[in-house]
Design a protein around this ligand. Structure first.
Ligand SMILES: O=c1ccn([C@H]2C[C@H](O)[C@@H](CO)O2)c(=O)[nH]1
Ligand SMILES: [Zn+2]
Length: 163
């Protein structure tokens, strides 16, 4: 079976997204892939975030001569979105040139967890535009997030953060 547009439509319905927004999100993730700076791995990744206000913020992987310093497309997009004032997100799309599609690395999953709900869908597009979609909860089960720290602060009476 070819999991093409049919599966996308189902996913958009399942997650309450309109088809047009999802199509734009995919197009922008694929376009962002073209902006990747990856002279070391030659592995292009594009990411696009759908903000609650309907705008789309993109990112791509940006590598470095000191290899570990490079950053992934997902964290690039999120940092850009957050510093642009976006605090709530409806979906994330990631695009690569491989098949089957790649999924966000562990570091990115935790980074996404900080700002996005566990129900948020992550659409992963392969080189042919085929998509696999999973919720953040599915990608990062039993996760640790901001509310866990709040619980600790309340218990010890240090919620002001001043010690
Ligand atoms: O989901 C992923 C996986 C990898 N990369 C980047 C990191 C590095 O620049 C290159 C190879 O790992 O791909 C991403 O941006 N996102
Ligand atoms: Zn990553």
């Amino acid at each position: 079976m070819h999991p093409g547009p049919d599966q996308e439509t189902k996913a958009s319905e399942q997650f309450g997204l309109d088809d047009r927004s999802l199509e734009q999100l995919k197009e922008k993730a694929v376009a962002a892939k073209g902006r990747a700076y990856c002279p070391y791995s030659h592995f292009r990744v594009g990411a696009a975030l759908l903000s609650a206000d309907g705008s789309i913020i993109v990112g791509a992987n940006v590598e470095n001569a000191s290899y570990p310093v490079g950053t992934c497309a997902e964290r690039c997009a999120l940092a850009t979105a957050v510093t642009g004032g976006h605090t709530s997100f409806k979906a994330l799309a990631v695009a690569t040139d491989i098949t089957p599609s790649a999924s966000p690395c562990g570091m990115c999953r935790q980074f996404i967890r900080e700002f996005c709900s566990l129900e948020m869908p992550v659409f992963m597009y392969d080189r042919d535009g085929r998509v696999v979609v999973r919720t953040l909860e599915k990608l990062l089960p039993m996760s640790f997030g901001p509310e866990d720290l709040k619980g600790a602060a309340l218990e010890s009476g240090t919620e002001s953060g001043t010690g």
